[in-house]
Write a protein that binds this ligand. Structure first.
Ligand SMILES: CC(C)(COP(=O)(O)OP(=O)(O)OC[C@H]1O[C@@H](n2cnc3c(N)ncnc32)[C@H](O)[C@@H]1OP(=O)(O)O)[C@@H](O)C(=O)NCCC(=O)NCCS
Length: 381
């Protein structure tokens, strides 16, 4: 069949995906890629991809089918930049629809609809990558099922999104960044960068995601997938952490597994904590999840080249993969600091979770007595 791919903006992010589509469709069909709607020649199916201009009835008349991909569950979300608007609304599941173009914008029959799933951290390039891949998948499916594929009329109440302009990328200097993070996810560093106005001047902010994935253990093998994990992060302990660390230390469900399992009064903990933070030779880390401290991990120096490890999590978060996450990050990130030392974990015999945890990260059982096991680890030298 004769297929026409139409794009009307040579700088569009969609160009590499259309190029790939042309290659794939070209294996079985005659495919022409047109960059200017006025140059469209008659054919069977035309796909208008990321087109910015509305197409006239005459041009629609050149093909039996004129197909458009739109990122919403039509008839809701007709209009402009539906993906951007929905990210700004805080949505992580965004429908994407392939439908017949009509003179009335976004009103034709629907052939296919699927959902794009996001995790909430993706910046514009990643959003577009998923959008590009979903677009390709819809076009390829339509072509493979053509001409048997049937359209369905749009039903329900329509809603419209307006056009976005560079001025919509303005940040409010008086609001925290995290409240404006979704805006930072949809700005384009070159075409419509984030900016703010302060002291009578305009300032641009460009955003780049880090490739660092060490905190996202959910993607590593051997660790249970848990959606909480990717948002948990590790940092050195600070003075303000004294009380939450005390609460975790005294949690009865944790104390049963501690070698010194007595309750510790707050005043003596405060004193101990202050001293512990000052000892630079020790490494004292905490794990935060959604701004709440949920765990601590200490590598306490006992002798030159010998440290003991103590780790505990808020018991509401036990068994969710977070202890593994914490230990893995600590060992990876502080490898240089720890690598000349022997690390010892002293684990009560009934503490299955802790035994499994340390074993999993290469700690070896070296000793035991009636009450406990001692596991040992040394970084490969
Ligand atoms: C020990 C502790 C830090 C582990 O963290 P966690 O988030 O609960 O553990 P994870 O979910 O990462 O699981 C680690 C391993 O233990 C296993 N595990 C978890 N809970 C378990 C349980 N109740 N019984 C048996 N195994 C368990 C997990 O399956 C996992 O092994 P796998 O990867 O081979 O499947 C946490 O449970 C804790 O704070 N316990 C109380 C304090 C403590 O015991 N500290 C250690 C003193 S040495």
């Amino acid at each position: 069949m004769k297929i026409t791919l139409v794009t009307d903006n040579p700088k569009s992010w969609i160009m590499p995906y259309v190029s790939e589509l042309k290659r794939r469709l070209g294996q079985k069909h005659r495919v022409i890629w047109v960059y200017d709607v006025k140059k469209i020649k008659p054919g069977e199916c035309a796909f208008f991809l990321a087109c910015e201009k509305i197409v006239s009835k005459e041009i629609l008349g050149l093909h039996k089918h004129n197909l458009v991909v739109h990122e919403s569950a039509l008839p809701q979300g007709r209009g402009w930049s539906p993906l951007t608007w929905q990210i700004l609304e805080g949505k992580n599941e965004i429908p994407i629809t392939l439908f017949e173009a009509r003179e009335n914008v976004d009103s034709g029959d629907i052939y296919l609809q699927t959902k794009m799933k996001f995790e909430g951290h993706e910046l514009v390039d990643e959003l577009r990558r998923k959008q590009g891949e979903a677009t390709m998948a819809l076009v390829l499916e339509f072509v493979s099922r053509y001409p048997k594929i049937k359209g369905q009329r749009q039903s329900g109440k329509a809603s419209f999104y307006g056009r976005r302009r560079p001025s919509d990328s303005e940040l409010d200097v008086n609001r925290p960044l995290k409240e404006q993070f979704n805006l930072l996810r949809v700005v384009d560093n070159e075409r419509y960068p984030a900016f703010f106005i302060y002291r009578g001047r305009k300032y641009f902010l460009k955003i780049y995601g880090s490739d660092e994935t060490i905190e996202d253990l959910s993607k590593l093998e051997g660790v249970k997938k848990n959606s909480n994990i990717s948002s948990a992060f590790v940092r050195p302990a600070a003075t303000a952490d004294a009380r939450p660390v005390w609460e975790i230390r005294n949690d009865p469900k944790n104390r049963v597994f501690m070698l010194h399992s007595e309750f510790i009064p707050l005043t003596s903990h405060m004193h101990w904590f202050k001293v512990a933070l000052k000892k630079r030779e020790n490494l004292f880390l905490v794990l935060e999840l959604r701004e709440k401290l949920i765990g601590y991990l200490r590598f306490e120096r006992k002798e030159k080249h010998l440290r003991t490890i103590s780790i505990a999590l808020d018991s509401r978060f036990h068994g969710k993969g977070l202890g593994s996450h914490f230990l893995q990050i600590a060992l990876q990130r502080y490898k240089n600091f720890l690598q000349n030392d022997i690390l010892l974990a002293e684990i009560k015999k009934g503490n299955k979770a802790s035994q499994k945890l340390f074993k999993k990260f290469g700690f070896r059982l070296v000793k035991s007595n009636q009450q406990m096991y001692i596991y040992r680890y040394r970084f490969p030298q």
